[in-house]
Design a protein around this ligand. Sequence first.
Ligand code: HEC
Length: 114
Amino acid sequence: MVRSLLRVIVVLGLAGPLLIAGIIATGPEDEGKAVFLKRCKMCHGADGKGNPAIARMLKVEFKALDSDYVQAKSDAEFKKTITKGTGKMAAVRGATDPEIVSVIAYIRSLAKKE
Ligand code: HEC
């Protein structure tokens, strides 16, 4: 009895941190990256600094997504930009709420890596 209880504790002790590590490894940032590559990269570039060809076409200068200017915006403003568009950026169609949450986490992570 005591033995099997100990075993359960040992297994949980080992599995717990692994589980947590797993959750961290596939956190919202990773999901957000996938969303970004699918829905944003064509205009903002893989690094978020802007696709020069699109910039020329739309006659805009992309602000780097990791810049202080963009990072100063709130999550709510990001969400509005994505769902409603801003300036020459059209609303991104078809992005689900969880996708928007995770892509915002990804944009925040771009600035942290500097
Ligand atoms: C069709 C091209 C296009 C796509 C796709 C696109 N954007 Fe943009 N985005 C733009 C342009 C152009 C601007 C600059 C708008 C301006 O200042 O006129 C911009 C600006 C932004 C800004 C800065 C907003 C501001 O107020 O300065 C953020 C944040 C942003 N985009 C996030 C995203 C995210 C996240 C996605 C994907 C879910 C995305 N964009 C997809 C073209 C695009």
